[in-house]
Design a binder for this molecule. Structure first.
Ligand SMILES: [Zn+2]
Length: 249
């Protein structure tokens, strides 16, 4: 292999552009995978939240049921008392005693009615809670379906891309050996300083393909000549012309 320092500017540019294309492909795969695990996690969290809601509703339903049980017992007790008073009234000795028992009975009748009202109100609440429980369960089913789909997608992508990513990483390493060391240092520095990982960009519509600032015609013509390495004066990215960009795959 020839020493990289013997290469022409054009060859150096092609080498670094080749490296960029390989690295961008790796970035693309990582981005694709990078979002899926997050989406899976979001759905898992959503299910957990919904499950907590179901548990809370269940606790509320329990409380209401216990309340109803208590009120039903109280009603029964009041009814039993009324029966007892009715019998007592049959054996009263005087009017005063009759009236006193009557008062007790009226109080217990009120107690029955009050308990019945509580039970009725509680039954509305129960119906309401049961409906929202059902709704939440349905929502969980929906989210679980989405989660299963996302998991399958991630699994599939991982199986497909793990191999591709490894192959690309090897290609990237090989491409690096062909890049002028100083240019490689600059490339890596620029690449890590931009989130999209672009260090080598083509001129697009008279602008830098990285920061979209306009590149003057004189500079564009210099770039086309491949006589020296030219960087964007705004973002520092290495610039290539569209022809070269489309030739390098
Ligand atoms: Zn730029």
């Amino acid at each position: 292999m020839a020493n990289v320092k013997d290469f022409s500017v054009e060859e150096k540019l092609i080498a670094v552009l080749t490296l960029q294309k390989i690295d961008s492909k790796i970035d693309e795969i990582r981005t694709l995978k990078g979002e899926l695990p997050m989406e899976v996690k979001d759905l898992e969290d959503e299910i957990e939240g919904l499950q907590t809601r179901v548990n809370n509703i269940d606790a509320e339903i329990n409380t209401i049921n216990e309340f109803v049980e208590g009120k039903t017992n109280a009603k029964k007790e009041a009814q039993a008392l009324i029966k007892k008073y009715e019998k007592q009234q049959d054996n009263v000795k005087n009017n005063r005693e009759f009236e006193a028992i009557n008062k007790e009975m009226e109080m217990q009748e009120l107690e029955v009615k009050l308990n019945e009202k509580h039970i009725k109100d509680a039954s509305f609440e129960l119906r309401d809670r049961t409906a929202s429980r059902l709704k939440t369960e349905e929502k969980i089913k929906d989210v679980e379906e989405s989660l299963a789909a996302k998991r399958a997608e991630l699994e599939k992508i991982s199986v497909e891309t793990d191999k591709e990513e490894k192959a690309l990483a090897e290609k990237s390493d090989a491409a690096k050996t062909k890049v002028d060391p100083r240019l490689l240092t600059a490339y890596e520095r620029i690449r890590t300083s931009y989130r999209n990982g672009l260090a080598v960009v083509p001129i697009m519509r008279d602008s830098c393909g990285g920061c979209f600032n306009v590149i003057p015609p004189q500079r564009q013509s210099e770039i086309r000549q491949h006589k020296k390495i030219i960087v964007c004066e705004h973002c520092g990215r290495i610039l290539v012309d569209v022809d070269m960009d489309s030739k390098v795959k």
